[in-house]
Design a binder for this molecule. Structure first.
Ligand SMILES: C[S@@+](CC[C@H](N)C(=O)[O-])C[C@H]1O[C@@H](n2cnc3c(N)ncnc32)[C@H](O)[C@@H]1O
Length: 314
């Protein structure tokens, strides 16, 4: 099966779909790989800081924002925003810091005029991929909010192969297909492919052109793999699905345990195969293998990373 470039769960959801506002579950399940992915992004950005004011778009519960602040004592302040009020409340309580301001805000709507030419850097880890129709407008606002010479560093989530393959495989299996009648596989894939056309970041040739049209100088636009080693069991997968994915909720509650068990074995198999394939080719993440003894398994998120600069006015 040729897997679509983008997780089908993401690409087929409706326009007003929102992330599950559950900051505690996020901390329990997602923070571990979000930190890893943010570090993958920061490694590519090679940022240095000098009394910087940073905007963090889509901060959720603030765990990654706090990690970003810890990277340098030359980060003067971080303005961190998210559309989800409960996550901002959690961030204010659990990730409070005198150098961070958390605000509830939908970045697709109006931005404060005081943000014009205000930030030295704009950072966004796996949020902008949730903005399908307003992508260019939001990036224009990012551009306006940067000081001349300021930089944008962002990651866009594409997919986790194991979850993608398991979702599609079970959707057409004899055992589970009756619960997906509204989402017959071929229809799901057709919707996904159509939506991918709107997701400009999936095209590494076209995306930089859009960024340049806005005025950015593009230093980097590339896909990367970000590996984590985690305990992949039903509890972990259920938590991840409750936060991010929707097809799983079509299974009747009483059968969800069984469905998750089937999911977990496919996910583990595919992720391990992928990891071993890369290890054979000399994988820079191979050192993570040492965690295998602790009953941990590899899990790879595929991301698009961009690094852009707002040129200095001459
Ligand atoms: C996958 S989470 C990433 C959170 C955080 N950056 C991290 O690395 O852990 C994406 C976040 O983007 C937020 N988000 C999505 N659309 C948004 C919008 N239009 N305005 C502000 N935040 C948004 C979601 O609510 C969610 O908390």
């Amino acid at each position: 099966m040729d897997l679509p470039k983008v997780q089908v769960d993401y690409a087929t959801r409706e326009g007003d779909w929102q992330f599950n506002p559950n900051p505690e579950l996020y901390a329990e399940v997602a923070t571990q790989f979000q930190r890893r992915n943010a570090n993958t992004l920061l490694k590519e950005l090679c940022w240095s800081y000098l009394d910087d004011i940073i905007l963090d778009i889509g901060c959720n519960n603030g765990d990654v924002t706090k990690m970003l602040l810890s990277k340098s004592d030359q980060i003067h302040h971080i303005m961190a925003c998210d559309i989800l009020a409960p996550c901002i409340e959690y961030a204010k309580q659990k990730n409070a810091d005198a150098n961070i301001t958390y605000i509830e805000m939908d970045v697709c709507k109006e931005w404060p005029t005081s943000w014009e030419n205000r930030f030295d850097k704009v950072f966004s880890n796996e949020c902008l991929n949730m903005i399908v129709d307003n992508q260019e407008n939001v990036l224009k606002k990012v551009f306006n909010s940067l000081k001349p010479g300021g930089e944008l560093g962002a990651s866009y989530f594409l997919r986790i192969d194991g979850i993608q393959a398991a979702t599609l495989t079970l959707m057409e299996s004899e055992k589970w297909k009756k619960y997906f009648t509204e989402n017959k596989l071929s229809k799901t894939l057709a919707i996904t492919q159509k939506n991918i056309e709107k997701m400009v970041w999936c095209d590494e040739q076209v995306f930089p052109k859009m960024l340049e049209k806005i005025g950015f100088q593009v230093k980097l636009c590339k896909s990367v793999q970000s590996w984590s080693f985690l305990k992949i069991d039903c509890t972990f997968i259920k938590g991840t699905f409750d936060l991010f994915f929707k097809f799983y909720h079509q299974i009747p509650t009483a059968l969800q345990g069984d469905y998750l068990t089937d999911m977990v074995s496919i996910i583990k198999e595919i992720e391990m195969m992928k990891f071993q394939f890369l290890s054979d080719k000399g994988n820079e993440w191979a050192h993570l293998m040492q965690d295998e003894s602790n009953d941990k398994h590899p899990l790879c998120q595929e991301l698009i990373i961009i690094h852009c600069v707002k040129p200095n006015v001459s």
